[in-house]
Ligand binder design. Sequence first.
Ligand code: ADP
Length: 169
Amino acid sequence: MGSIEVIQGDITKLNVDAIVNAANESLLGGGGVDGAIHDAAGEELLDECRKIGGCPTGEARITKGYLLPVKFIIHTVGPIWNGGYKDEIDLLRSAYQNSLKLASSHGVETIAFPNISTGVYGFPKKSAVEIAVNAVRGYISKNALPKKVIFVCFDEENYEIYREKIIQK
Ligand code: ADP
C-alpha cells in the first residue's frame, strides 16, 4: 500500500511527478495556490488550460508541468462552502478521487495535494482534512499507483490539523 506524508511549504517548489491545483471551473487561473502554480509554470500552461475549456466542480483535468519540475499538473475544482447544503462533502471527495484516478492512469508515482477548498472557497478545515485523508487512504489501499501522496500545507494551522489526523490513523 502507498504512503502518506504531510509537509509545510510551497507546492510549486516540489520535485514530484504531479502536483494538484485547486483550480476554479474556468481553469484560467485565479488567486491562492492556483495563481502561484500559473505564475511558476508560465504562459504555456494557460494556453493548454484554455484549450481544455473548463472543468466542472468535483472533476479533474491534467496538463503538462511546463516550467515546473513536475511531469503533470492535475487541476481539480473543489466546492465552494455553502453551509454543507450543496453537496460539498461529496464534491470534495470526488475532487480527490478524480485527481487520483488521473494520476494512476498517467503512471504517477508521487503526487502532492494542497488543501483543496480551504482557502477562498471557505470549506471548514477540519472536515476538509477528514475528507481528504479518508479519500486518499481509501484510494491507495486499492490501487498500485500513486505510491506516495504528500499533503502540502501552506500555513501552520492546516499543518497541525493534518498531522493530528495522520498520526491518530
Ligand atoms: P480554494 O479556492 O480551493 O479554497 P485557495 O488557493 O484559496 O483554493 O486555497 C487552498 C489552499 O492552498 C489553502 O489552504 C491555502 O493556504 C493553500 N495555498 C496557497 N498557496 C499555496 C502554495 N503556494 N502551496 C501550497 N498551498 C498553498
